[in-house]
Design a binder for this molecule. Structure first.
Ligand SMILES: [Zn+2]
Length: 198
C-alpha cells in the first residue's frame, strides 16, 4: 500500500520541543531566514496537497522527520522542511488538533474538516482514515517509550555552531526563553480566532 500523504505522524513525546523553529537549537532569526528561503523556493503552495494560499500565515513550514528505531538510542533524523497547509499540518499533528478541540479552542468541525481533507487528498474513505489513525496512535505509543538522539540532517552544522557560540558566550540566548511553552503555542495562529469559517 502506498503511504498516505498527508499522514498522521505525531511527534513522539521525548522529542517535543526538539525542533528548529523555537529558538532553542538555532536562533529565531536564523529560522526566519530558513523559512523565508523555503517560501522563496516553493511559493505559497502546500507541498503535500497542492493547495495555494494567498497569505503566508496560512501555511506552515513543517519539519519532516524519520524515526530510525532499529538502534538504541533510536534516532530522529530531520529529513527536510516542507510547506504545509493548515489541514495537512493538522493531519500530521492530529493529536494537537484533538487537544485543541478538547480544550474548546476549536470545535469538532475542525476535526471533521481535517479528516475530510485527508480522505479527499488520499482518495480514501473514513474507514481507512480511522484504521490509519489507530495504527498511527499505536506506533506513537511505542515511539514514546524509546530513548532518542537527534540528527539534525542538513542543519546539523548550524545547530552545532549555535551551541558552540552560546557556550562561548556563557549565557543562554534571548531566544531560549519561552522554550518551556507548550508546543501547541505554535498552532495559535491569528486567523484561527478571526471567526473565519472552516
Ligand atoms: Zn495541504
Amino acid at each position: 500500500m502506498m503511504p498516505y500523504r498527508p499522514a498522521v505522524r505525531m511527534v513522539p513525546g521525548p522529542l517535543w520541543q526538539r525542533n528548529l523553529r523555537k529558538g532553542r537549537f538555532i536562533p529565531t532569526s536564523r529560522w526566519d531566514k530558513i523559512k523565508a528561503g523555503v517560501f522563496d523556493q516553493h511559493g505559497l503552495t502546500c507541498q503535500t496537497c497542492g493547495k495555494v494560499e494567498t497569505e503566508q500565515k496560512r501555511l506552515n513550514v513543517h519539519e519532516e522527520w524519520e524515526y530510525l528505531t532499529d538502534r538504541r538510542p533510536a534516532i530522529a533524523r530531520l529529513t527536510g522542511l516542507k510547506i504545509s497547509c493548515w489541514h495537512c499540518h493538522m493531519i500530521e499533528h492530529f493529536g494537537v488538533l484533538e487537544n485543541m478541540v478538547r480544550s474548546g479552542e476549536l470545535t469538532q468541525q475542525a476535526i471533521d474538516n481535517t479528516v475530510e481533507h485527508f480522505c479527499r487528498v488520499n482518495k480514501v474513505g473514513r474507514d481507512e482514515f480511522n484504521e490509519h489513525l489507530a495504527r498511527a496512535k499505536t506506533e506513537w505509543a511505542h515511539l514514546n517509550q524509546l530513548k532518542w538522539e537527534v540528527d539534525w540532517g542538513e542543519y546539523a552544522a548550524v545547530v552545532e555552531e549555535t551551541a558552540l557560540k552560546r557556550k562561548q558566550r556563557g549565557r543562554r540566548c534571548e531566544e531560549d526563553r519561552g522554550e518551556e511553552d507548550e508546543d501547541q503555542a505554535l498552532y495559535h495562529w491569528p486567523y484561527l480566532h478571526s471567526g473565519e469559517p472552516w
